[in-house]
Design a protein. Structure first.
Lengths: 113, 117
């Protein structure tokens, strides 16, 4: 069964600290992996997208890594800011395009001052 | 500005009263999709469309209808809403596998919060 599991479910850290969110998947075949940021009550916004041949991709203070052999990805946030408080969703695609996506349930990150 | 718009943003209705949530995108995307999001369950796909007049069921299609008569619009129809359809709904659009930008991401609308009493 195609599944995407994220951990932890929730995380609270102090402003300025770093954190790492995890994503494990059993999706097959694999095409690409995406990380989205979702502010409460708003639509998800893309952070990164990585194909099979990419093992790291950065977007400002966000760095995603991908290990296609172990089927694991991580999202590292550096020097966290209050605006980083959001849910982070890992999504794996089984094909090219957007037709075959499997969503994780997300990690709820709270940054406290 | 490239965007996906949804209307209404908030809706409270009663059981059995037909309603339509509109979705429109201005990026000329072939692919459009509807999701619902419930606490602890993440995003679940309701219906999707690969192009005009082409629609297909997602993971949770029961109680919903869609149509794709124009490329830019993809309305979600609840013929007889029930309380278990109370949820946060998102429309999204993107390219399909046949497009050269097929690895481009999916773009989400701002969401519609629906309450069925």
């Amino acid at each position: 069964k195609n599944q995407v599991e994220q951990s932890p479910q929730s995380l609270i850290i102090l402003e300025g600290k770093n954190c790492t969110l995890q994503c494990n998947y059993t999706v097959s075949p694999f095409s690409n992996l995406r990380w989205y940021k979702q502010d409460t009550g708003r639509g998800p916004v893309s952070l990164t997208i990585m194909t099979f041949s990419e093992n790291t991709k950065s977007n400002g203070r966000y760095t995603a890594t991908l290990d296609a052999d172990t089927k694991q990805s991580s999202l590292h946030i550096t020097a966290s800011q209050l605006s980083d408080s959001a849910s982070y969703i890992c999504v794996v695609s089984r094909g090219f395009g957007n037709e075959k996506l499997t969503f994780g349930t997300g990690t709820r990150l709270t940054i406290i001052p | 500005e490239a965007q996906v718009t949804q209307n209404p943003r908030y809706l409270i209705t009663v059981t059995g009263k037909k309603l339509t949530v509109t979705c429109s995108q201005n990026m000329n995307h072939e692919y459009m999709s509807w999701y619902r999001q419930d606490p602890g369950l993440g995003l679940r796909q309701i219906y999707y469309s690969m192009n005009v007049e082409v629609t297909d069921k997602g993971d949770v299609p029961e109680g919903y209808k869609v149509s794709r008569k124009e490329k830019r619009n993809f309305p979600l129809i609840l013929e007889s809403p029930s309380p278990n359809q109370t949820s946060l709904y998102f429309c999204a659009s993107g390219w399909t596998s046949g497009h050269m930008a097929s690895t481009d991401t999916q773009y989400f609308g701002p969401g519609t919060r629906l309450t069925v009493l």
